[in-house]
Design a protein around this ligand. Structure first.
Ligand SMILES: [Zn+2]
Ligand SMILES: [Zn+2]
Length: 196
């Protein structure tokens, strides 16, 4: 089983979003036990934040394998579906960061306005570290609302034949090629001239 350190190494830094994605993944793995070696687990993520990097490392649902599906809803919601049963778990993040004091609000404000003095930076770093700790230490119930059920499975990743673009001669997967004047074109070449 991968650990939080592995996730940080992949992502490049530790941050509250990553910590949330890590916890989401642990919750999903608790349900499904093992990570996706191939495509047996599918993740549908409704944002493209730091959290998704944790999901990829922890669950093995990755963009490249096609079992990570991005729906651009801007929501902290993660659905994991098991193949072939369709058994699913929907994890919605409900965690709220603790109320800030007036002084803390003032320091965040200063940071947002570009203040990079030692006092402000020390504050920001310690707040972030505290937030990460809180997320890593929280109970599942404080972090998530979980719904279990059955979900329709997205289609398996398909492997397509490729063809060559008549203009740039680079290879392009057939379903992505466009035709103009009887020529097969890649999307960038197709978009270059005409077809406005
Ligand atoms: Zn991050
Ligand atoms: Zn082309």
């Amino acid at each position: 089983m991968k650990r939080y350190d592995d996730v940080v190494e992949f992502h490049g830094h530790s941050c509250p979003g990553l910590a949330l994605g890590y916890r989401v993944s642990l919750r999903a793995l608790k349900e499904f036990r093992r990570r996706a070696e191939d495509e047996e687990l599918v993740a549908i993520v409704e944002n493209n934040s730091c959290a998704v990097d944790a999901v990829q490392v922890m669950t093995g649902c990755t963009f490249g394998k096609g079992n990570l599906i991005f729906r651009d809803h801007g929501k902290q919601v993660y659905t994991f579906i098991r193949r072939p049963s369709g058994k699913s778990i929907r994890i919605s993040v409900i965690w709220e960061r603790p109320e800030e004091t007036k002084e803390e609000k003032r320091l965040w404000d200063a940071y947002a306005k570009g203040d990079r003095s030692k006092k402000v930076l020390d504050f920001v770093h310690s707040r972030k570290a505290a937030k990460i700790r809180q997320i890593l230490d929280a109970e599942d119930e404080e972090l998530f609302a979980v719904t279990k059920g059955k979900s329709a499975l997205p289609p398996e990743a398909e492997i397509y034949q490729s063809t060559r673009c008549a203009l740039c001669n680079e290879k392009v997967a057939e379903p992505k090629a466009r035709t103009r004047d009887g020529m097969m074109l890649c999307i960038p070449c197709f978009d270059k001239k005409g077809n406005k």
